[in-house]
Design a protein around this ligand. Structure first.
Ligand SMILES: [Zn+2]
Length: 79
């Protein structure tokens, strides 16, 4: 698996939607690739933040969407 393939799988991996084979290849790549590993960590953090917002404020989908947009924008700026 190369970086592009791993990056495509990140959001599915965070959601626990990978097949067992996909997950094995994905984790194998992360163990060798620090860049994809930190992308995966960021994605996990973002997901946790969004979950917390949903639970605490019972947030509507529109708010969740704008939070997700903000986090993806800030990721672009820093990289
Ligand atoms: Zn990589």
């Amino acid at each position: 698996m190369n970086c592009n393939e791993a990056l495509v799988l990140i959001s599915a991996a965070v959601d626990g939607e990978l097949s067992i084979t996909e997950e094995q290849h994905f984790l194998q790549h992360l163990s060798k690739c620090g860049e994809c590993y930190s992308e995966f960590e960021e994605a996990q953090k973002t997901k946790m933040i969004i979950r917390e917002i949903i639970v605490r404020f019972n947030a509507p989908q529109t708010l969740i969407n704008s939070v997700m947009q903000l986090t993806s924008l800030s990721q672009k700026e820093t990289s």
